[in-house]
Design a protein around this ligand. Structure first.
Ligand code: UN1
Length: 493
């Protein structure tokens, strides 16, 4: 049984109770049995994090960074093993799982380096014999709640900057990928974190996550998950005066202009639409194609999607793994039915796959709807599965309006060879991230990550200044007067 990690020890939940983490490619395989944390355990974890905070915040930041550096090295050494575990636990194909581990490695090293930066400013005073500076200070105890689609990368996006900034942490990973999460915590422990600095509690979002997010003992919350949950948690944090970063849903789109390199655009749409079986907040679930290339694009896109091989992601021949759970599978099927009823044309996919390698898992064929009206529910709501809507547009202006016409604003992309069109798209697309001649996925860890509108609320993730460091630190401004007399700003002139 995999336990909770509280105050430097692996412990069973006080109320008992366990849950299983299952391989979605083969539901007969139990990847791990987890001990569920109840309210008492969350209380203890928050208490331990609070107690550990004073010493941790006073440890020189470069020393904190060295611990992260060691964790990064351990992740690197164990990359293959962790990638395979991830594929077994949530299904993404091995190449992508290794990329996920790499993202955690990158973030560990990047934030380890921040230990030697974390810079503020020194600014001249308007008065003699007085100096002024701004310094970054940690916010305190952080609650971190992470999803299942990036089992190591997203926890690392939150844990590494939180720790290097001098915060202590209570981490609640998705119950669907709790085994991967426990490995990350184990590695950080082995890398030398003092007790109580990082605590791990297992359980469902509704119980453990909700309780942690509204706990009076935390000073900040970083959450990645659905918009409905994120906005609810953000409202509570605002009420309690806590810092908050919520990364939520997306309805990302790729624009394909008539002058685009079509082969490249098709590859980008396949990667964006069906990578991680469409289960990314950055997935390209809409492709908006200009009239003149609509049909040729669609023909190639459908052909490429139907050639994708479904199966267990551990096999290097497999392109698309399962979706994560039965509940997700039902939800995605529900949307496929909605798309049909709305009158969109189902061109490929649309069904579960239960043959051969797929017999024991949650597999859905890569699905493309064409002739989708931008107002249809399949073009407005996040499906989080391998379902792409193709929409026609007359020109760039209409394409941009379609892309901007949802409640979300995480990622958009444009394929064009025309520098002016690219510039207009960069200016007018209202998403937090815009790609040119690249798909909607592939954000790099050293830039701020996040969206506008219902996709993101509060501070951005990842990145340094302008991103995660702004979430996990607050500014303190220090004026030091060494004149030995009372000096009055604004008045002594
Ligand atoms: C997410 O989908 O929740 O750009 C994060 C990307 C990844 C991160 C995705 N680097 O798709």
């Amino acid at each position: 049984m995999i336990k909770n990690f509280i105050d430097g020890e692996w412990v069973e939940g006080a109320e008992g109770g366990t849950f299983q983490s299952i391989n979605p490619a083969n539901t007969a395989e139990v990847v791990g049995v987890l001990s569920r944390a109840g309210k008492q355990d969350v209380d203890r974890a928050v208490g331990a994090a609070r107690a550990a905070w004073q010493d941790w915040r006073r440890m020189p930041a470069p020393k904190r960074g060295e611990i992260l550096f060691r964790a990064g090295e351990m992740l690197l050494r164990r990359k293959q093993e962790l990638g395979e575990l991830m594929t077994r636990e949530m299904g993404k194909v091995i190449a992508e799982a290794l990329g996920d581990v790499q993202e955690a490695i990158d973030m560990s090293f990047y934030m380890a380096g921040e230990g030697r930066r974390l810079a503020g400013e020194t600014i001249p005073s308007e008065l003699p014999d007085k100096d002024c500076k701004s310094v970054r200070v940690p916010i305190g105890v952080c609650g971190l709640i992470t999803p299942w689609n990036f089992p190591l990368a997203i926890p690392a996006w939150k844990i590494m900057p939180a720790l290097v900034s001098g915060n202590t942490v209570v981490f609640k990973p998705s119950s669907l990928t709790a085994v991967c999460a426990a490995k990350l915590v184990e590695i950080l422990q082995q890398a030398g974190l003092p007790r109580g600095v990082l605590n791990l509690v297992h359980g469902s979002g509704e119980e453990t996550g909700d309780y942690l997010a509204s706990h009076p003992g935390i000073d900040g919350l970083s959450f990645t998950g659905s918009t409905a949950v994120g906005m609810r948690l953000a409202a509570r944090c605002a009420e309690a005066g806590k810092k908050v970063s919520c990364e939520m849903g997306g309805k990302n789109a790729i624009i394909v202009m008539e002058d685009a390199d079509l082969a490249l655009a098709v590859e980008g749409a396949i990667w964006g639409g069906f990578g991680t079986s469409g289960q990314r907040c950055t997935a390209a679930s809409r492709v908006v194609v200009q009239e003149g290339v609509y049909q040729p694009f669609l023909d190639r896109f459908v052909k490429a999607a139907s050639a994708l091989r479904l199966g267990n992601g551990l096999s290097p021949q497999v392109d698309v793994g399962p979706v994560v759970s039965e509940a997700q599978m039902k939800k995605i099927h529900g949307y496929i039915e909605i798309g049909k009823k709305e009158g969109a044309e189902l061109l490929t996919g649309g069904k579960a796959c239960r043959q051969g390698d797929c017999a024991q898992g949650y597999f859905i064929e890569p699905t493309i709807f064409a002739e989708v009206d931008p107002k249809m529910r399949i073009a407005q709501e996040e499906i989080f599965g391998p379902v792409v809507s193709v929409i026609r547009a007359r020109d760039l202006e209409e394409a941009i309006a379609i892309v901007n016409g949802t409640p979300y604003g995480l990622v958009s992309s444009i394929y064009t060879q025309d520098v002016n069109r690219s510039a207009i798209a960069e200016r007018d697309l209202e998403t937090g991230i815009v790609y040119v001649n690249a798909s909607t996925i592939g954000a790099e860890i050293h830039l701020p990550f996040g969206g506008t509108k219902r996709s993101g609320f509060g501070y951005r993730e990842a990145g340094g200044r302008g991103g995660a460091l702004d979430m996990f630190t607050k500014w303190k401004v220090i004026y030091r007067d060494f004149s030995g007399r009372l000096q009055k700003a604004q008045i002594d002139r």
